[in-house]
Design a protein around this ligand. Structure first.
Ligand code: UTP
Length: 310
């Protein structure tokens, strides 16, 4: 008898149809996911992370104002011929490498921002009945082994849904989906509950869900059967809570650093950290940053004559 081969993850869904209100006015007509971390937009980092995990089919759930993302992953004939003509080989490659030949991009529209769960449901026809990855590009990850590759490795052994989690201060549990469960091996937990944004005194733990998921296709039925919540939104957390009643779900404490680039402060931290390690600008930028820190310190400790003017 043949042993059944473990399934692998070939498709990633990128929900990018949110309104990005925390970044207004910049997100009025441009996608939040095109915000640059130095010279690459958030969405490109997210797609590269999926590619590094062996995923080749990228499914974008888009909305109004997101056309720039389709253009970013399309061929730019005019730009490429200008770069070719002027022998700017490195730049030409940086443009061409955005979409490797073996990568396939698909787009589906979420015509109203009815929540993350609803956005994922919009991808059902393109995903079919395979298990799939979900990456939220505004959760920007820096890790030695890309976070989705870590999760796909776990999936190969488990063949179940796996949700990335991170420990957060108890005072912040009301900002996240919070899970509880017991550790089955270092970093991997069998999930026993998941709740959306519990208050700090009600949270079952401080393990917060962040923007990386591997989901079995059974999630679609749960999302379809779900009652919309406040504002008609369909929450992914509720879908996962229902899935948990029927099958095992795991949470995975990934190794790496997460920047919440949906918030201004998280975004700024990401830009500064990446710039400090960027081959082109790290040296002058770090020097500038150091001088700035020193002059801010001197200014803070030096008596300011303006303070004495009545
Ligand atoms: P967020 O909670 O960050 O919402 O969504 P948002 O609209 O992008 O930003 P704010 O809170 O208004 O500033 C998390 C992810 O889910 C996607 C978003 O694009 C983001 O990647 N999303 C959210 C959708 O695709 N559709 C939705 O209806 C809601």
């Amino acid at each position: 008898m043949h042993k059944k081969l473990p399934r692998s993850i070939t498709k990633a869904v990128f929900p990018i149809a949110g309104l990005g209100t925390r970044f207004l006015p910049v997100t009025k007509a441009s996608p939040k996911e095109m915000l640059p971390i130095v010279d690459k937009p958030l969405i490109q980092y997210a797609v590269e992370e999926a590619y590094a995990a062996g995923i080749r089919q990228m499914i974008f759930v888009t909305g109004r104002t997101k056309r720039a993302i389709e253009d970013h992953f399309d061929t730019a004939y005019e730009l490429e011929s200008v770069l070719e003509y002027s022998h700017k080989q490195q730049l030409l490659e940086s443009v061409r490498n955005i979409t490797p030949d073996d990568m396939h991009c698909m787009y589906v529209r979420q015509n109203r921002a009815l929540g993350l769960g609803h956005a994922i449901l919009c991808a059902e026809k393109l995903v079919g009945n395979s298990d799939f990855a979900v990456i939220l590009a505004d959760d920007f990850m820096v890790a030695e082994q890309p976070v989705m590759a870590q999760m796909v490795e776990q999936y190969h052994q488990l063949q179940k849904s796996i949700i990335a989690v991170q420990d957060v201060p108890r005072s912040q549990t009301n900002l996240y989906g919070i899970v509880s469960g017991s550790e089955v091996k270092p970093g991997l937990f069998g999930m026993s509950s998941i709740v959306e944004k519990p208050s700090p005194n009600e949270a079952p733990s401080t393990m917060a869900v962040v923007g990386r998921y591997i989901l079995t296709s059974a999630i679609f039925d749960e999302l379809k059967n779900q009652q919309p919540g406040i504002g008609g939104e369909i929450q992914l957390t509720d879908g996962i809570a229902n899935l948990l009643r029927k099958e095992q779900v795991f949470s995975y404490h990934f190794s790496g650093t997460r920047y919440d680039c949906g918030s201004k402060i998280g975004y700024l931290k990401a830009v500064v950290d990446v710039a400090c390690n960027h081959p082109e600008v790290s040296e002058p930028f770090s020097r500038w940053l150091e001088n700035k820190a020193q002059s801010t310190h001197t200014q803070a400790t030096k008596p300011n004559p303006a303070n004495y003017i009545a």
